[in-house]
Design a protein around this ligand. Sequence first.
Ligand SMILES: NC(=O)c1ccc[n+]([C@@H]2O[C@H](COP(=O)([O-])OP(=O)(O)OC[C@H]3O[C@@H](n4cnc5c(N)ncnc54)[C@H](OP(=O)(O)O)[C@@H]3O)[C@@H](O)[C@H]2O)c1
Length: 250
Amino acid sequence: MKYYFVTGTSRGIGKSVCDRLSEDENHQIFGFSRSDVQDNKNYRHIPLDLSDIQKTAQYEFPELCDAELIVLINNAGSLGEIKHIGSRNAGNIVENININLTAPLLLMNAFTAKYQDLKCQRLILNISSGAGRHAVESWSSYCASKAGLDMLSEVFKIEQNMRPAENRITVFSLAPGIVDTRMQDEIRNVDTSDFSGKDLFVSYKNQNLLWSSQKVSEYIIEIIENTEKYKDTILDVRTIELQNKKNPKR
Ligand SMILES: NC(=O)c1ccc[n+]([C@@H]2O[C@H](COP(=O)([O-])OP(=O)(O)OC[C@H]3O[C@@H](n4cnc5c(N)ncnc54)[C@H](OP(=O)(O)O)[C@@H]3O)[C@@H](O)[C@H]2O)c1
């Protein structure tokens, strides 16, 4: 059996990944979000608010004796309030960093404590953002938390490389590109006085430049199924697509 723990499964990229994974009855998916998601024969929903750090820290990963693969996808994320530093709500800053950075680290920590010594293949896939790799006005806690997610993935890689090869957990931090989800709706609906780049995001949508969450989920599945192809920890679907076009046999 292949086991997947996916955060943020109620909509967007996380939902598309789960829909795709559910097609195989050899997959068991545990999905987390605040909104309810209907269980089915291979999907089990775990209601959890990842900004509640106490509750997130209490989550216990189950014993998985028959696992051939165990994957944690830290996908849930939030932009937080889009405003300049100095105008932000203090509580929203803390909440945003808890969802995007503290919760993924807590889950990585618990996942590793539970599954480090298993013999099966294990993978942690953190869903990062291009905004963690270049600064965007008014996205302070989002940019900083995604940069942090990249860095903790790099730290994890160093730590895992200190272990015997057969015992290592693989890690990637993947930027999914610009994807047509509610997160992009939020960006297009901000006041231009809070974010001068709003019109650029409106033009991406008008020019049909956004990827669908289904297309991104295909890349996510491809990475999970072919981890040996990817040598870097920090990945971007747009770079992978360009490389695939240059070298289709890759
Ligand atoms: N869309 C893009 O263009 C884009 C670009 C770069 C990176 N990303 C990243 O891709 C990931 C998925 O984003 P998306 O575009 O699919 O966004 P989305 O459609 O807004 O979905 C976000 C998901 O995260 C969950 N979530 C948010 N806050 C949560 C909380 N406090 N506790 C538990 N779950 C929570 C939501 O569920 P509930 O609201 O039901 O809790 C939802 O399932 C995020 O990490 C995002 O930063 C997206």
